[in-house]
Design a protein around this ligand. Structure first.
Ligand SMILES: Nc1ncnc2c1ncn2[C@@H]1O[C@H](COP(=O)(O)OP(=O)(O)OP(=O)(O)O)[C@@H](O)[C@H]1O
Ligand SMILES: [Mg+2]
Length: 627
């Protein structure tokens, strides 16, 4: 329960106003309910012809000096009410009085249900609002968390948290809020009513309630743990769907449909198993509270009955029936309350999963006192060590890149090239050492300032399901059509864009699915051109291309690299021939550096890479290329 109030404290404050209204309407409806059923007493008395005595009207007066004045109030109210009723019977007859009492009951009930509706009504903004807030917070956090967080998590599982777990919170916690604020109020007011009628009977109820509560609690205990496993399984299912959608091409090509299907069926079956167990427990709440409620009624019937039958009884039969009616009204809220506590257990499990994202630490964040960052002189890696987990991926890299120079990184797959450039925009932070721009450590600048200095073009062009225009203008506020077109021209993308159906307004499909690899690449280059950053990072920007589109992209890139600091990673060594300096990486270290000809002559790692690609080029003077 502590967790539950913690959640309320986190998410309810903006909706305090509605909560207050809700409580007011709940109190109102409980009181109205109590009074609407008071009418049962005279009706029963009429029917059973027991209320023949004529009551006398006592003036409504109270002596403020006597602090116990309220004790006689119910008695007074009852007497006066009966006085009016008996006068009505006397003047208009029994059946007319029944009609009047019936109408009165209808009127009271109308007011009661109206108050009930209003109380649920005020709950709606809270319910929908909190769910919206949680989703927004999740999205906010997802965009803030460092990339490293997501390589640990399954994408589908994160989607399951934003959808399934948030829904679970809505259906279990938020819908229980209504019951949770209403029912204790109802129960309290009914109990007060019962106390006023007969404290002895009510004492019984007080003794029985905690016992019932204890029994219910025992069943609810394992519910949260089970539900947590259930939601985890759901996340697992969702990540399978996500992977399947993303990998359909490969799944079909490798005839792996059956394998994927069976894996899914299996997980789905265990999900069903877990949810089945959860429902079995949850459904127990209702029958159990019903049974315990009836047990209590039976005991009260026995005890109350013997009170009435004994001489010198404090209550008469019709009052006792009224008492039972109130008690019966109490059973439903009590049942709902127990159902709500069960549902809340389920919701808490989901909240725990959501909190794994919401409360995850963002270790890559803005410094408290950010410094201005510029790129006028140079970028410097100083003794940079880095590891993702256990193994060092970069081992003491020292690299200075003067402004305006093009540096190429080459090396075997897995040698740490992408990692090295990922440290620059702080996708990850260095484990040891430092990276500085013009002498300012990149960790001392805001992420926004730092990243606005850079443009990225990756091997996998990352595009959004939007138009050409919006994909190119992605990183720039209010870009004009002329600017976008200019960028597209430089990137050699203009021609195929205007050849498409709606030109720049054509949607490009999910992740650019309607485009060829080279077209996607050129769009992402156009995006970098439009951003016009001082530093350009090209990671395998041309590797996905055939000769013709590579020529186009290469041209586009050369347009882009002109007069700009550029770090370029390429497997195809032909693309980096012209780089000012080539750095050869091997197992996390820069092992060779220099211009193409020098490195070639060295006969070391670079030469080996060249040989493996049967790298054809005009042989540098003095060196023979054995192609
Ligand atoms: N997110 C990650 N979590 C853990 N290890 C990683 C992660 N990304 C890369 N690695 C590991 O770090 C090492 C260097 O990877 P990196 O991507 O920098 O290589 P690369 O030189 O860019 O290779 P390629 O030429 O194939 O792109 C590899 O051994 C890889 O397994
Ligand atoms: Mg790489």
């Amino acid at each position: 329960m502590k967790d539950f109030f913690g959640i309320l404290q986190r998410f309810i404050p903006p909706y305090k106003r509605y909560l207050l209204l809700n409580i007011v309407f709940n109190i109102l409806s409980a009181i109205l309910n109590l009074f609407s059923f008071v009418l049962i007493i005279p009706i029963l008395n009429l029917l059973f012809k027991t209320g023949t005595e004529v009551y006398t009207f006592t003036p409504w007066q109270m002596d403020p000096g006597d602090w116990q004045w309220w004790k006689s109030l119910p008695e007074l109210a009852k007497d006066n009410f009966f006085y009016y009723v008996s006068r009505l019977i006397y003047s208009h007859g029994g059946s007319f009085t029944l009609i009047v009492l019936g109408l009165f009951l209808v009127g009271m009930t109308f007011l009661k249900v109206a108050a009930m509706y209003l109380s649920s009504f005020t709950m709606i903004p809270i319910r929908t609002g909190v769910v919206r807030d949680i989703r927004n917070q999740l999205m906010n956090k997802i965009t803030r968390l460092p990339l490293g967080f997501f390589s640990e998590e399954r994408k589908g599982d994160i989607i399951a948290r934003v959808s399934g777990d948030v829904n679970e919170i809505e259906t279990s916690i938020m819908s229980s809020l209504d019951m949770l604020f209403k029912n204790p109020i109802l129960i309290a007011i009914y109990l007060v009513g019962m106390l006023l009628i007969s404290w002895r009977l009510t004492l019984f109820v007080f003794l029985l309630l905690p016992l019932a509560g204890y029994l219910m609690g025992k069943v609810g205990k394992t519910l949260k743990r089970k539900s947590f496993t259930g939601q985890e399984q759901w996340g697992y299912l969702m990540s399978q769907v996500e992977e399947t959608l993303g990998g359909l091409r490969i799944i079909k090509a490798f005839n792996a449909e059956t394998k994927i299907r069976n894996r899914f069926y299996q997980s789905n079956e265990s999900f069903r198993h877990i949810t089945g167990r959860i429902y079995m427990r949850q459904q127990l709440a209702h029958p159990m509270s019903e049974f315990l409620g009836t047990l209590t009624i039976a005991i009260i019937l026995w005890y109350g009955g013997s009170l009435i039958l004994s001489s010198g009884s404090t209550i008469d039969a019709s009052t006792f029936i009224y008492y039972l009616v109130i008690f019966y009204s109490l059973i439903n809220p009590a049942k709902d309350l127990s159902k709500a506590t069960y549902a809340i257990q389920k919701g808490l499990a989901s909240m725990e999963r959501i909190d794994k994202v919401l409360l995850a630490e963002t270790n890559i964040k803005d410094p408290e006192h950010p410094q201005k960052i510029t790129l006028d002189k140079q970028i410097a890696y100083r003794n940079v060590w880095f590891k993702y987990h256990n193994d060092w991926v970069l081992k003491g890299v020292d690299l200075v890149i003067p402004k305006g120079q093009t540096i190429a990184l080459v090396g075997q797959s897995g040698s740490g090239k992408s990692t090295l450039v990922d440290l620059l925009p702080r996708f990850y932070d260095v484990t040891e050492g430092s990276i500085t721009l013009d002498g300012t450590d990149i960790r001392n600048a805001t992420l926004c300032d730092l990243r606005s200095l850079m443009g990225n073009v990756n091997q996998e062009a990352i595009l959004f399901n939007d138009t050409f225009f919006n994909n190119i203008a992605f990183g720039v506020h209010n870009a004009t059509p002329a600017e976008v077109e200019e960028a597209a021209r430089i990137a050699n993308a203009h021609d195929f864009i205007i050849a498409s159906e709606k030109g720049y307004a054509t949607p490009i499909g999910d992740r650019g699915g309607k485009l060829s690899g080279g077209q996607r690449q050129r769009i992402s280059i156009a995006r970098a051109i439009l951003k016009n950053p001082p530093l350009l990072i090209l990671d395998e920007a041309t590797s996905a291309l055939d000769a013709e589109s590579e020529r186009l992209v290469q041209q586009a890139l050369e347009n882009l690299m002109r007069n700009r600091t550029t770090i370029i990673i390429a497997h195809r060594l032909s693309t980096i021939r012209s780089a000012g300096e080539i750095c050869v990486m091997h197992e996390g270290q820069i092992v060779e550096r220099g211009r193409h000809e020098e490195l070639f002559r060295l006969n070391g790692y670079y030469r080996k890479l060249c040989d493996m690609q049967s790298f054809q080029t005009t042989p540098p003077p003095g060196a023979q290329c054995n192609s």
